[in-house]
Design a protein around this ligand. Structure first.
Ligand SMILES: Cc1ncc(COP(=O)(O)O)c(C=O)c1O
Length: 396
């Protein structure tokens, strides 16, 4: 039995750790139902009445694309695999170039490398940390085929400017929406603006399926190609085989097993109903942080541009020179006080593997951010007391 603090035991703290997803009774019930059904993944063969794995997957895809206002949704086992299939499906060929920000998670770039295409880094903006449209023209070449803007931390990129450059140069736009489920740009949902949108359901994300992802698109050809790549290069969808009782299939392309299963789709469906509520709570917490942190000299709160809905997948502050600790010192201080702060990101152009590969360019903003950015805990069940505790340790 633990010893109470009053009797010399450890003092309890508010401990605002952000990392676990909220798994409720409904999630458990849905997963158990799938286990009982015996249909654990996509349909393989139909025998009498015992068939039709894939119902939950299709339901998840249908609901998801509706939410994003896209025509199609294809479930994946991660955003990394989703990005890979999306880059290939929009027509990028091996050897061609794909522009990505250096200030992001590695999969934004490796998804192109997986196809032997070349990620070319272009610097981010100082204010919203997303791709800087004004710098894009410096990295365009005859080989450029696509741009992957990342709606970083839940705030949409400057999509009008990016789309206009893409149109002018005949480039495709693959939105990396790993942080941006529910984020909007001028009333358009992130994931419905470019040719495809790629989402992540990793446990730290807005909703989770454990591991999982989704591609959204309005283009029938991209949808078909994405579906083939995801499912072993087969020419026939599980639905069609199911409807026409066909056992025969052809392999028409290189393919992968990038499928999401029924268990994880049922988790996604169960969480799906709470997206708006989750995002509302995150925004409310962010407003409280804004109010308290804006009084502290040397701390810069996240910027939110007009006509964009920032959903604060991460609440990221900038530690400026006139704050009395540097970012690393603040990180240590917060952790020593039981506060699970994190740093996103160490820029990709400085990672050992990438240094050998990538073209040198102007990464001045990413280089500044790498030393100044820190993400504070933010999760839907965070209490006012926990927010105040975090802020008190920053202002102390
Ligand atoms: C911006 C960004 N893109 C892509 C991914 C990859 O997501 P996943 O872990 O689902 O493959 C992540 C993961 O955190 C991410 O932050």
């Amino acid at each position: 039995m633990s010893v109470l603090a009053i009797n010399g035991g450890q003092k309890t703290r508010v401990k605002p750790f952000p990392r676990h997803p909220i798994i409720g009774e409904d999630e458990k019930k849905q997963v158990l139902e799938v286990l009982d059904s015996g249909n654990l993944s996509t349909f393989i063969a139909s025998v009498g009445e015992h068939f039709l794995g894939g119902k939950k997957i299709r339901e998840f895809e249908t609901k998801f694309c509706k939410k994003i206002n896209a025509k199609f949704g294809v479930a994946f086992n991660s955003a990394t695999s989703a990005l890979h299939a999306a880059v290939v499906s929009v027509g990028v060929k091996p050897g061609q170039e794909v522009i990505v920000p250096p200030y992001t998670f590695t999969s934004t770039a490796t998804s192109s490398l997986m196809h032997n295409a070349i990620p070319v880094f272009s610097d981010v903006k100082k204010d919203i940390y997303c791709l800087d449209p004004n710098k894009l023209k410096n990295v365009l070449s005859d080989l450029t085929k696509a741009i992957v803007p990342v709606h970083l931390f839940g705030h949409a990129c400057d999509m009008d400017e990016i789309l206009s450059i893409a149109k002018k140069h005949g480039l495709k736009v693959v939105e990396d929406c790993a942080h941006a489920l529910g984020a909007t740009y001028q009333n358009k949902k992130c994931g419905s603006i470019g040719q495809t949108g790629c989402f992540s359901f990793y446990p730290t994300k807005i909703i989770t399926t454990g591991e999982g992802g989704m591609v959204t698109t309005n283009n029938t050809n991209f949808f078909k190609k994405i579906s083939v790549l995801k499912n072993q290069g087969m020419n026939i969808t599980p639905e069609k085989r199911e409807k026409t009782a066909q056992w025969r299939y052809d392999i028409i392309d290189i393919g992968y097993n990038y499928r999401l299963d029924e268990l994880r789709s049922s988790l996604g469906l169960s969480q799906f109903a709470r997206i708006n509520e989750i995002n509302k709570k995150r925004i409310k917490i962010a407003r409280k942080y804004d109010q308290l942190l804006s009084k502290i000299k040397g701390i810069l709160i996240p910027i939110k541009k007009k006509h964009r809905n920032h959903i604060y997948h991460l609440y990221t502050i900038k530690v400026e020179k006139d704050y009395y600790l540097n970012r690393n010192e603040l990180f240590i201080k917060l952790h020593k006080n039981g506060i699970g702060a994190s740093v996103q990101y160490y820029p990709l152009h400085l990672m050992s593997y990438n240094k050998k590969l990538y073209k040198k360019s102007d990464f001045s903003n990413a280089n500044i951010l790498k030393d100044q950015i820190i993400s504070l805990p933010i999760f839907p069940t965070m209490t006012l007391r926990q927010i105040e505790y975090v802020v008190s340790k920053i202002s102390e």
